[in-house]
Design a protein around this ligand. Structure first.
Ligand code: ADP
Ligand code: MG
Ligand code: MG
Length: 251
């Protein structure tokens, strides 16, 4: 479903290569986790997949469902079913959460040649999803993420994901800064969305999120590359011994 081959990326502003040949394939129905020390390029990978500005792909390819992702605008990627939950969700003053969600939802439908959903039907849909995620309806009325606590912001990202029902979900350190309860809620949200035709790329610095989201495959990223791939036991190894042993082996 998502195939990344030999991806090299540098910064637009300076001549600094950050991704140095990433190879990664995510199959439909699978949850892949990426772990790795700070600064290894995990967030950069998620940004490049989402189409964020400031990065230049110098080599390699990214194909999603047969489409060349790198040729697509960010909104085309979203319409094709790519979703990125950010490590630091942005606040959007003046834009109500509900309006924001409906605009995103309808843009996606429009791109697919489907009709817009009515305000009433959408309200019903969002309320249902919010309830299962234990999101207060008050949060739907407030401006996007403004004044939200860390946990509320992450939960709001999961709500967006639940509403948009993406094909490929990328979560970048959605667990960072969360207490155990909030993290469990995020994990529950992800688990509820697991499906045979949806893939996940879960980026996390720590193992604990993976106690709740059981990944099928675990990758270790270091110095701009995937340096080791294994099963869930790889995450436990990191938890126990840190990254040093693995990195000694491969770098
Ligand atoms: P991770 O998410 O694994 O912690 P990042 O992708 O955030 O790693 O960063 C990888 C490396 O690229 C780091 O050394 C970081 O400082 C550098 N980097 C990323 N984006 C920029 C930027 N816009 N300007 C300067 N350095 C950057
Ligand atoms: Mg980091
Ligand atoms: Mg990061």
């Amino acid at each position: 479903m998502l195939e990344i081959k030999n991806l090299h990326v540098k910064l637009e502003e300076e001549d600094k290569e950050i991704l140095k040949g990433v190879d990664l394939t995510v199959e439909a129905g699978k949850v892949h986790a990426i772990m790795g020390p700070n600064g290894s390029g995990k967030s950069t990978l998620s940004y490049v997949l989402a189409g964020r500005e400031g990065y230049v792909v110098t080599e390699g390819s990214v194909v999603m469902d047969g489409h060349d992702l790198l040729e697509m605008e960010p909104e085309e990627r979203a319409a094709a079913g790519l979703f990125l939950a950010f490590q630091y969700p942005v606040e959007i003053p003046g834009v109500g959460n509900m309006n924001f969600l409906r605009t995103a939802y309808n843009a996606q439908r429009k791109a697919r040649g489907e009709e817009e959903i009515s305000a009433g039907d959408f309200l019903k849909l969002v309320r249902e999803k919010a309830k299962t995620l234990k999101i207060d309806s008050d949060m739907l009325k407030r401006p996007v993420n403004v004044g939200f606590s860390g946990g509320e912001k992450k939960r709001n990202e999961i709500l967006q994901m639940a509403v948009l029902e993406p094909r490929m979900c990328i979560l970048d350190e959605t667990d960072s800064g969360l207490d155990v309860d909030a993290m469990k809620l995020v994990a529950d949200g992800v688990n509820a969305l697991r499906s045979p035709d949806r893939g996940f790329l879960v980026i996390t610095h720590y193992q604990r999120l993976l106690d709740h989201i059981k990944p099928d495959v675990v990758h270790i990223m270091a110095d701009g590359r995937i340096v080791k791939t294994g099963g869930p036991e790889l995450a436990l190894e990191v938890e126990k011994n840190g990254y040093a042993d693995i990195l000694k082996e491969v770098l």
